[in-house]
Design a protein around this ligand. Structure first.
Ligand SMILES: [Fe+2]
Ligand SMILES: [Fe+2]
Length: 290
């Protein structure tokens, strides 16, 4: 427990995060970095960027509600303090992705209507499954739903977006690299804290495994909508703009069709779920493929 206390203490968080990789950033990026003109001037690219950023805001609002809600459900003081640091991380993620919407030209007065217009209904359902557990103060299910399922998904999505943006949009890639570092810490907490609790409460397993299966289904449906409706790759090809060739999971995203990217992302996330759930003593439940 003492290693656990050190690794997830507020002191460690201060040193590694605000005084570490976030030092001297402004909304997660360098003060001199801006959204590239390519994304501001081309309406197809701009709308796709707004749509995908809205999904990040929706996911992070869910993580903010879940991490703050779980503080009062946590059975021990160390977990409460960690979740307090996670709460501010998630609030920051909401803020930096909301700021990106403003940077892409969304007016402040249009924020909620823009989110309402573009939020993926499957992602909203995904969030509802998790927040239902949090509302019941079900700590074990809540941590698995948040720190393994939601954040396992977020981690892989951010890594893929980072690879796609590294060359074309260093400002957004920089914002993503800070959130990736945060999510890595959150996923680590989930695995470290929850294994022993599941052993103490084996009767919770079927309910948690069902939640994971339901959330995974809504996640795959979200990916399907996101990639199948995405016009960015086709538009970049049409205007003769070279796509980013940074590798993700060993694959060149710049040479892939959206459906191939969807399959790669879904397979990567589901493989991760299997490994992480296995480590905490849960059996991964395979969802239907939407
Ligand atoms: Fe987050
Ligand atoms: Fe997180």
């Amino acid at each position: 427990m003492s290693d656990f206390l050190n690794a997830y203490s507020i002191q460690r968080w201060l040193e590694s995060c605000p005084q570490g990789y976030l030092e001297n950033t402004v909304f997660g990026h360098g003060a001199d970095e801006n959204e590239p003109g390519l994304f501001l001037d081309n309406e197809i690219l701009r709308e796709d960027a707004v749509r995908s950023t809205v999904q990040l805001v929706v996911g992070e609002r869910c993580a903010l509600a879940a991490s703050s809600g779980l503080i009062n459900a946590a059975p021990d003081e160390a977990s409460k303090r960690f979740l307090a640091t996670q709460t501010i991380d998630e609030a920051r993620h909401v803020e930096v992705f909301t700021q990106r919407l403003y940077d892409l030209g969304v007016k402040k007065s249009d924020l909620e209507s823009t989110i309402g217009k573009y939020a993926n209904p499957n992602l909203v359902k995904f969030a509802e499954v998790l927040l239902e557990k949090v509302d019941k103060k079900d700590f074990i299910s809540g941590v698995v739903g948040q720190n393994i399922v939601l954040e396992g998904m977020a981690f892989s999505v951010f890594e893929m977006m980072h690879a796609m943006n590294q060359e074309m949009n260093p400002k957004f890639a920089h914002v993503l690299s800070g959130t990736i570092a945060d999510e890595r810490r959150h996923v680590g907490f989930g695995e470290n804290r929850i294994g022993s609790l599941i052993q103490e409460h084996p009767e919770k397993r079927p309910e948690i495994e069902k939640m994971q299966k339901d959330m995974s289904y809504h996640m795959l449906a979200t990916f399907a909508d996101a990639f199948r409706g995405n016009q960015t790759a086709a538009e970049l090809d049409r205007i003769g703009q070279e796509r980013s060739h940074t590798k993700y999971q060993g694959a060149d995203l710049g040479a892939m069709a959206p459906e191939e990217m969807e399959t790669l992302l879904a397979d990567t996330v589901l493989k991760e779920f299997k490994v992480r759930l296995g480590r905490i003593g849960l059996e991964y439940q395979s969802p239907a493929r939407p």
